[in-house]
Design a protein around this ligand. Sequence first.
Ligand code: PEP
Ligand code: CO
Length: 448
Amino acid sequence: MWSPDSWRDRPAQQQPEYPDSAEAAKVLDELRVLPPLVTSWEIVRLRELLAEAAEGRQFVLQGGDCAERFVDCTPARITNTVKVLLQMSLVLVIGARRPVIRIGRFAGQYAKPRSANLETRNGESLPSYRGDNINRAEFTPAARRPDPQLLLRGYERAAMMLNFVRALVKGGFADLHHPEYFDLDWARHSPLSDEYHRMVQTIKDSLQFVENVLGVRAGDTDKIDFFTAHEALHLGYESAQTRRVPRRPGYFNLLTHFPWVGLRTNDPAGAHVEYMRGIENPIGIKIGQTATRDQIARWLDVLDPQRQPGRLTFIHRFGVGRIADALPHIIDAVRAEGGRVVWICDPMHGNTQTTASGIKTRNFEDVYGEVEQAFDIHAAMGHKLGGVHIELTGENVTECVGGARGPSEQDLARAYESEVDPRLNYEQSMELAFLIARKMTNGSAQNG
Ligand code: PEP
Ligand code: CO
């Protein structure tokens, strides 16, 4: 029998060990009675849209920080995040000739899986930093101790961010009429500069077309939706806001529209999959190259027994050198099981490298290379890639190398902020969107 707490009978990876378990339980009780961050109407709406993405009629742009930080819950940061995602989505609409579903990796992306429980610096070992919902990044014993009060701070920040995003979007920030607000200075450094500027011109000229596809009238930005997503890692936190709603069957996770299970917690017999199986939200599952046919069959049977389009999204992340081997087997296995999943390419997590000086980075060319292959492999197998999942920021950070005017390895130290994975900056994100749009346009032309 499933219940919001039935996961407690299964092995749960990556959970913090609180020194005071009574305090942790009290925090969860407090969370349980607070209002939801999202509603079941929105969740059902996203599920319907994802059902269309599974059939190739919508394209998903999912993006945001690897780990959000509490200090970044500021008006400027939030505005820049909305801006980059909105602008990327406009570019993608042109390329995809389909509506784009915008899903922010935000308003709750505060808990991180870690490969090692301990981090060692100069001979001292402390618990790893696991995201602002769990502990603090500073390297001291006090900061690294898991603190359950942070869950309440995270819930509140998620609410504040969402409140501001909703107001921005409703208030006209998402006005489609101003592609001139795009910062395209970097494009001069690209051999594709003219093409990019033509695309922006196309966005202007074809506003009518965009409006038709999105179903948005001029000046009517109410229907520009932003959905939220985060990794459902801390199961006590997720289940505290999982409940029934009036007049709709089932249980909803009301902290986010689209929770996903990460690679390190996706065991079909584990606690995370058990938790996910009982909620009505559309759910994502990260898939790597080691996924077996048996695992794929079990994910489908446990999480999507009815094979409903929109229920399950496979977010595949292999690395530019591995996708060509790994993806076709996985597509075959899903097809053999009758799965009708949304396929999303995460070109970030299989392409992380460490520089000679020990900095974690990713190469823009690898990121685009994996996406490009994902389009080709899906097309060769007779369907469409349903979307992309990108770690990005609207800020001018130097975390990933490459791109038209991107940082080199020597530049990385200049503005490196991420405590975990390196993100594409504003320019790299826009460049990626242009390249993907171009690929979608050319790809569909070749396919007739
Ligand atoms: C992530 O999305 O930040 C992440 C940890 O990914 P994965 O679970 O695919 O490794
Ligand atoms: Co990451």
